[in-house]
Design a protein around this ligand. Sequence first.
Ligand code: SF4
Length: 409
Amino acid sequence: MASPTERKDFESTKKLRDVMGKYFAELGRGPAEGKKTAWCTSVGPAELLRALGFQVYFPENHGAMLGASRMATDLIPLANARGFSPDICSYLTSDIGSYLKGQTPLQKMKLDGPPKPDVLVYNTNQCRDVKDWFQFYAREFGVPCLGIHTPRAIGEVDDALVHYVAQQIEALVEPLEKIAGARLDRSRLEETVALSRQCTLLWKSVLETAANVPSPLTFFDGTIQMGPAVVLRGAPDAVDYYQTLLAELNDRVAQGIAAVPGERFRIYWEGMPIWGKLKDLSTQMLSLGVCVVASTYCNSWIFEALDPADPFRSMARAYSSIFICRSEDYKEQYIADMAARFRVDGILYHDAKTCPNNSNNRYEMPQRLQARLGKPYLVVHGDLNDLRLYSEEQTRTNLEAFAEQLAQG
Ligand code: SF4
């Protein structure tokens, strides 16, 4: 029998490894098979790139791998020495450090490194750093860097905004066709958008199983399970995987299997993961009976607006609706809604030092939401990848104190 601090692994995880392994193996083989490679930001126009026949590689996913494998902290100084400040995105600095040093977790998967790009395509909906990051590689490899410039702090995603962004996506078609050496097949684009939408809806259903009490899933599971939603949206493998995972989670709900046995408290994680500390944090939360049931981060790969019947406008709407590019008022309402839907007892804000774009504790949000919801909050100071900015001991103590506060109701 599992002890209160032990938990049962998901059976689907083996399939997850296979799906992700296949994705990376194909990326590695692609160039020899004559496939062109596009690098894409996490909420860039992946559907368009796939429909044009590119294999799509996501440097942010590589950044997360560098963080999770704890290689990042040693690699970041190389990018700093090259001229990229220690204060900017540590995905960027660890990824560029990895490139400069020729060291990557992909080598464990028998790849020499990331596949060389034929084109880099960004969307500034999340931050400016992605553009600077991609422009570095465009200079290094001597390949084009194209992009979409999305406004930030968006209130309502209205028709004018959708038109503005959709036009930019459509304008990418011609230069991308030249690089791909192929014309865009409209029906293939519609099919890719349809697959992406299916993936999104399944991923949403996966995350929503955590609304059950006890929750069968934690945020820490989500950060692992989100892999296919990040790198394979628009591909059938992601749809197939989430059907399997969702069935397993529904089964767990039916059997009352808790992700945190003896779940005492349910909290919300706002902000970036601390990739190099996922296991430690998950273990401490488990021992405190705290289940992180929902997060803004994992939900950022839900693109419900996608519509195969109207691919360009719906991509524009979906990419511009993500939390990170929305107004403070929208964000506050979003977190309040999530707190109610997932029945959370408190909110944890991660202040990621090198990602002000995805740290939402800096403009009085915690205080406003505490007043509004009557739920306690905790701010954890750290970073997504740079562990020099994170104090293990202080966080551990603060989490213990937070659990005590939650116990007092
Ligand atoms: S949103 Fe933050 S973590 Fe993501 S690329 Fe931009 S600065 Fe880096």
